[in-house]
Ligand binder design. Sequence first.
Ligand SMILES: *[C@@H]1O[C@H](CO)[C@@H](O)[C@H](O)[C@H]1NC(C)=O
Ligand SMILES: *[C@@H]1O[C@H](CO)[C@@H](O)[C@H](O)[C@H]1NC(C)=O
Ligand SMILES: *[C@@H]1O[C@H](CO)[C@@H](O)[C@H](O)[C@H]1NC(C)=O
Length: 208
Amino acid sequence: LYLLNYIYYKGKWPIGFDPALTKLDEFTVDENEKVPVQMMKIEKHFYTFDDEIGTLVLHLPFSNSFSMLLLMPDNMTTLENMISPTHVIEWLKVTESRDCGIYIPKFSIKTSYTLNDVLKEMGMTDVFDHANLSGISKEHNLTVSEVVHRAALDVDEEGASAAAATGNVVFDSCLKQDLKFNSPFMFMIVERSTETILFMGKISNPNL
Ligand SMILES: *[C@@H]1O[C@H](CO)[C@@H](O)[C@H](O)[C@H]1NC(C)=O
Ligand SMILES: *[C@@H]1O[C@H](CO)[C@@H](O)[C@H](O)[C@H]1NC(C)=O
Ligand SMILES: *[C@@H]1O[C@H](CO)[C@@H](O)[C@H](O)[C@H]1NC(C)=O
């Protein structure tokens, strides 16, 4: 018996990003490697800087009850060690809007995990050898051979409504001039009413 779980998320932004503003730019993978990426420009957004962890937090609500959080830390190890559900809940409250140029790379990820060892470590062991699964089939003595989880996510300019016309936006009250997600960052997709994290991942190189 194989257990397969697949999750695909393709959210629509309330207002799409203008594809005409998407430009080729550079992403710093590490001190030795830079790769080209398509950077999308966002006009309206919520962001803050979390001083405790030292990470830039961008909160992008989709047009449903989901939000994407993008986290670009000063030090990824620190973020990975310190991040907790409490932080996530706080970051979802960031709804202060500022007008300044924010750039995020287009990315698309597909991952596949075999969960046999993870589930065994969590105590789910019987199902892999001697659970009684006769309720599923009496013909064979079933055991679970493999549990596979796949996740796919596409992030691009597409919105529920067309991209906002790009007038000459006056940028003010920026922390820095422009904020670019041009080095490794973490992302999350969270359902706001239940504060459930559906996706959590790290983009080290948007081209892989
Ligand atoms: C990042 O933080 C970790 C521990 O929190 C530290 O060991 C490491 O040196 C830091 N890296 C940089 C580049 O500062
Ligand atoms: C498995 O469960 C079914 C239904 O409860 C039962 O009839 C059967 O005897 C069980 N088989 C074994 C080997 O325990
Ligand atoms: C299933 O296992 C039971 C008990 O181990 C055995 O008696 C039975 O013959 C097996 N059935 C099949 C179809 O292999």
